[in-house]
Design a protein around this ligand. Structure first.
Ligand code: AMP
Ligand code: GLY
Length: 423
């Protein structure tokens, strides 16, 4: 099977590593890829936001399966274009990707499917913003305000704050940029990322993971695209995955099918385990980054066959997934200035080390790896348990060099120390 991966982050690097180890894969390409994927997969230049270009490359390269990594090509219709060209595609249609692309659409689907989520107040203009903040504050019992940009914002469009003036300012800024705003009820409790493969009908959940969204140790600083992750979750309640499958994932996939917009690809449920039960924080329409970097190394079942089965409506014929014992940890090494104004163009050394996945890198003309994005590397390790995986991941981080880089030193630590409790 010839597999073409679309994207250029650490998630795509992790996908390439897993796909390359599947004996069914005879050729692998990653477009546009980065300095890390180039060592495993043929690199092709590509404007991922152009569905016609994605489909043309799939045809020209004779792909049997296209795996679309990021949300931008999905929302733009890359999967539709690839399927129209007669090639199997792991990734939802533009319509189905609205489950990530529009938080308002996701709320409609969840309401119709009876899926538990935060109460939300859509805000179309400045006049409604104050009222929405008042009402949400009353419902949340005085807990922090949650103000969201209702569009793709790479995890950076959300402000959670007890400061009403800051909440108002964020909402006003998002409206000023011409985007709709969603004010939400505050969800307490630890967060879980649960991925599921879907062929439009059958849903197969993967292992739960947790990512660290804030920039700084102890969950301080601004929201980012994700500073690290670990899996599985030693503190997760027994039966969590079955429960989420029954109450969230399957009803959502069934509702999408009922609407004539079947969801084919990776449905990512961002969940909060609140004192009132599981609630959906958000859906994404693709593998999460950095959670993919810890979920895939634990998967023993060959990946290409699974993704092909999802793309072709045959997930119901797959045997149960097999998982490696142990745990995985990934630590994101970020460029100075990330997330606000990351600096690019610095030399990265040690980037070919074991477990080092490339996020924002490119090869200079001299063959030297340079930083080319906010999240530069995702340094990953698998160990017998979470503590061992953590230790090895941080040893590997110590072996890479990027001037003024920053990373969190506490990925997975609260779980190792037993400090995470479910209400
Ligand atoms: P989102 O872009 O919707 O994924 O939100 C990014 C992050 O903001 C989430 O992972 C949470 O940490 C936080 N967040 C979003 N919505 C809520 C909410 N309703 N209550 C509490 N935290 C939230
Ligand atoms: N881990 C957050 C995301 O992929 O959106």
């Amino acid at each position: 099977m010839r597999v073409l991966v679309i994207g250029s982050g650490a998630r795509e690097h992790a996908l390439c590593v897993a796909l390359q180890s599947d004996p069914a894969v005879t050729a692998l390409a990653c477009a546009p890829g980065n300095a890390g994927t180039a060592a495993l997969a043929e690199a092709r230049p590509l404007d991922v936001g152009d569905p016609v270009a994605v489909a043309a490359l799939a045809v020209e390269w004779s792909a049997d399966l296209v795996v679309v990594g990021p949300e931008i090509p999905l929302v733009a219709g890359a999967a539709d274009a690839v399927r129209e060209a007669g090639i199997a595609c792991f990734g939802p249609s533009a319509q189905a990707a609205q489950i990530e692309g529009s938080k308002a659409f996701a709320k409609h689907v969840m309401a119709a499917a009876g899926v538990p989520t935060a109460q939300a107040w859509p805000v179309g203009g400045p006049a409604e913003l104050e009222t929405a903040l008042d009402e949400s504050h009353a419902v949340s019992g005085g807990a922090p305000y949650v103000v969201k940009d209702d569009g793709l914002a790479a995890g950076k469009g959300v402000l959670v704050t007890t400061d009403r003036a800051a909440a108002l300012a964020h909402g006003t800024a998002v409206l000023g940029a011409g985007h709709a705003v969603l004010v939400e009820e505050f969800l307490d409790g630890p967060e879980v990322s649960l991925f599921a493969l879907s062929d439009g009908t059958t849903v197969v959940p993967l292992l739960p993971a947790q990512d660290a969204k804030r920039r700084d140790d102890g969950d301080g600083g601004p929201n980012t695209g994700g500073m690290g992750a670990y899996a599985p979750l030693p503190w997760a309640p027994a039966g969590l995955v079955d429960d989420v499958l029954a109450t969230v994932l399957q009803p959502t996939v069934s509702e999408m099918a009922r609407r004539g917009e079947p969801f084919v690809g990776l449905l990512y449920a961002g969940l909060a385990l609140t004192s009132r039960g599981v609630r959906v924080v958000e859906f994404n329409a693709r593998f999460g980054d950095p959670e993919t970097q810890v979920v895939l190394p634990l998967l023993e079942t060959p990946l290409a066959g699974l993704l092909y089965a999802a793309a072709t409506g045959t997930l119901d014929r797959q045997p149960p997934l097999r998982w490696r014992a142990g745990a995985a940890v990934t630590v994101v090494v970020a460029a100075p200035g990330y997330p606000e104004r990351p600096r690019a163009g610095d030399v990265v050394t040690g980037a070919d080390g074991e477990g080092v996945l490339h996020a924002g890198t490119r090869l200079g003309p001299d063959g030297v790896v340079h930083s080319a994005g906010g999240r530069v590397l995702a340094v990953t390790a698998v160990g017998a348990d979470l503590a061992a995986a953590r230790q090895m991941a941080y040893e590997r981080v110590a072996a890479v060099r990027l001037a003024d880089a920053h990373w969190r030193t506490d990925i997975g630590l609260a779980a190792v120390e037993g400090r995470i409790t479910v209400g």
